[in-house]
Design a protein around this ligand. Sequence first.
Ligand SMILES: *Cc1c(COP(=O)(O)O)cnc(C)c1O
Length: 465
Amino acid sequence: MNWDEFEYWGKHISQWSADYHKTLRDRPVRSQTVFGETAAQLPLSPPDRAEAMDTIMGDFETIVMPGITHWQHPRFFAYFPANAAPPSMLAEMLVSTIAAQCMLWQTSPAATEVETVMVDWLRQALGLTEGYLGVIQDSASSATLSAVLTMREKATGYTGNRDGLATKGHMRIYCSDQVHSSIDRACWVAGIGQANLIKISTKGHRFGMDVDALRSTIAADRAAGHTPAGIIAITGGTGIGACDTLGPILQVARDEDLYTHLDAAWAGSAMICPELHSDFWADVDGFDSIVFNPHKWLGAQFDCSVQFLRDAQPQLNTLKIEPEYLKTTGESVTNYSEWTIPLGRRFRALKIWFLIRSYGLEGLRLRIRNHVTWAQEVCEEIRKLAGFEIVTEPILSLFSFRCPGDDADQQRLVDALNDDGRIYLTQGSFREQKIIRFQVGQFDTTRDDVMIAHSVIQEVWEKIK
Ligand SMILES: *Cc1c(COP(=O)(O)O)cnc(C)c1O
């Protein structure tokens, strides 16, 4: 492809993208294809001869698009959102054009420096105290793994990387039973082991970790000769939005000298609204590491996960490695690849810059406040449906419900709704029961998009009950 052809197709694809977004409401939210349908339309071997771009683009429309679930659809109420606000898409286009590897300061000074400033803009936006630094990672899973590795290294006096773990005994990490599976996986990969990730039961209306149980479990572990290494708390768990009460957990961590990580992957975005702080984030400033995903609720195109660090040194002690070919000369600079596991890094900070400037924090706050309000409103409507019950009340913009019947009926309703296509919901589980999750958070959703959901649910339920 030459650059004149690129120019032509670049314009065409921009037009296509705008049309796609403008007509999204007419499409079923969840893809309606069956397993294997897309693969069956692809040639089994790669072409030897060049093909024309209009043929490729045509196949994209006919083969690929039917197999796409529309995450940017305004009636996407499944999982959590993965919002790609238009200015962040434009920033991504620029980033993919420049295609710089931003591993070291000198491999693109602007990328490092914009990242440093954007992390600090977000620190201020989230109301975190001055002094937190941070780094942009691909995903919360990677940030959590970085924090768990840091817990491990700190607990071994920074000898684990050097000597291996064979003689280190049982290192223990504590969290509630509401954490995301990325915490489990981080413990697997870090060599901690599932058996040493201790899940404490929850209580109260926000399903927070039972801190007395946390304290006594740590004491029992020490008595048994184990090595407590860290505590992971959550603000806004994936299942039902569980939130730990942060202050008392931090007190335990201080008493026990444990490293702390806070997973606010979803709910962190809502903390740009100052009125939510006292309720959700009191005492947050004590955490050693905090992760939140601007690529979920805030509007930064995937991927973009921010990890804040109260002191970067423990994580640098854990992850920094400097072979000769990565050494840089001159004054001391920030090389963000030393803060994370992958070496190569994309210029993710640009989309934060475009996003925040395009909407202002007020524009982003307005969306989040609307989503929280509309989730409460639609929850009240679902509560009124005959035989339906709200299982967990809204936490921010997430709640869960059940239709009449058993677990199989819940799944039947979810499947029927997603086959219908007007809205998209997913199931979850809570206290051994299947639940139906509902979250409001798509960037362009309107009150009307949200407030048809209960009628759709009722209509589909009448058909299948
Ligand atoms: C989505 C989510 C994660 C995982 O985020 P990734 O960026 O996809 O790794 C972790 N924790 C919580 C609470 C989440 O909602």
